[in-house]
Ligand binder design. Structure first.
Ligand SMILES: [Zn+2]
Length: 335
């Protein structure tokens, strides 16, 4: 009888134990390593880099769009495995750095976004990689203006409260459906949203209709940026049209995210109220979901007056499972 292989959770716990940081995982959630990776070419050091397929596609499109405007963007790092992350920490420990100092710049294995295959470190020629210098480059300026449209957002803005230093170079892909182009929906079946959708301090800027991808259960979605008075972009809200298993069980019809620096101002609530008239033109009631530990999102949903349906496990084949979600609370909202 062969030994039962340890599961990823045990493997991770052992790794943290070996590094001397067994408590590092407390109050945080580890995310599985990317199951599938594809090449995105060479990085600035000539090493081959890989990303999860949807992130790879989005990155290639972003890079090409930048290049068409004369901006060269290069990868410094993309996918990194748990064990590679462990080696980075071991190397720094061996060089005499304290664990406390190391963890200000290097993530604990299992908690780095790089092992999801959805995070990238970016630079541009004539800039020292992984330094704040990047902020001064035309490449960074282009990135800030356009990255969101390709599904990338900055994880560690200045003064973020995650305990990690400001990293203008580190961006994460987090936009289900973007880049998975199939036949675009026709204008007739998907009308343009009203010119003005606003509520309280926010208005919605319609970016585009993102086509669905049937093979992954992804339905078309209207993608809006959430903008406050004074034109500050504070996040995004998506409205999905369709009723696949992915929508019913995991994604819900409405998805929103407020950039970390702008949380705590009820912008998500206001964005939902702003989109409500448009949602009503399609559905009488819609589903909104939340991870059970996302208190901010649950508060927003409750404040909207949505009623709790149930809490259900995320199917292992759903993209949300890949991103670390194991269960979802579901709510019914009459907009
Ligand atoms: Zn990074």
């Amino acid at each position: 009888m062969s030994l039962k292989p340890a599961g990823p959770e045990e493997e991770l716990a052992e790794m943290l134990q070996a590094l001397g940081i067994p408590d590092a995982g407390r109050n945080r959630r580890s995310v599985p390593e990317a199951a599938e990776l594809v090449s995105v070419g060479k990085d600035v050091y000539g090493r081959e880099q890989r990303l999860a397929p949807p992130a790879a596609l989005a990155w290639r499109k972003l890079q090409a769009a930048a290049e068409s405007e004369g901006i060269v963007l290069q990868l410094v790092s993309a996918f990194r495995s748990w064990s590679y992350q462990k080696q980075i920490i071991e190397r720094k420990l061996a060089a005499g750095q304290t664990m406390e100092k190391i963890l200000r710049v290097s993530a604990v294995p299992g908690f780095s976004e790089h092992h999801t295959g959805r995070a990238i470190d970016v630079t541009t020629p004539d800039c020292k990689p992984l330094t704040e210098e990047f902020e001064q480059t035309p490449g960074f300026a282009w990135f800030v203006r356009h990255a969101n449209d390709f599904g990338f957002s900055m994880t560690y803005p200045r003064n973020n409260n995650s305990g990690v230093i400001y990293e203008p170079w580190h961006w994460t892909f987090d936009e289900l459906g973007i880049g998975t182009m199939t036949a675009p929906p026709t204008a007739a079946s998907f009308p343009n949203p009203p010119e003005i959708l606003s509520f309280g301090e926010v208005r919605l800027r319609f970016v585009r209709l993102v086509p669905g991808d049937e093979s992954h259960g992804l339905v078309p979605q209207y993608h809006f940026r959430i903008v406050t008075a004074g034109d500050v972009d504070v996040g995004h809200i998506n409205f999905r049209i369709g009723d696949t298993e992915h929508v019913r069980l995991c994604a819900g019809h409405i998805g929103f995210e407020i950039t970390e620096a702008f949380r705590g101002h009820e912008f998500a609530f206001q964005a939902c109220r702003a989109i409500a008239p448009f949602v009503r033109s399609f559905y009488e009631t819609v589903t909104i979901t939340s991870d059970p530990d996302n208190q901010a999102s649950i508060r927003t949903i409750e404040r909207l007056g949505a009623s709790f349906i149930d809490e259900i496990p995320v199917p292992p084949h759903d993209p949300h499972y890949q991103r670390g979600s194991r269960s979802k609370k579901r709510y019914r909202w009459t907009p």
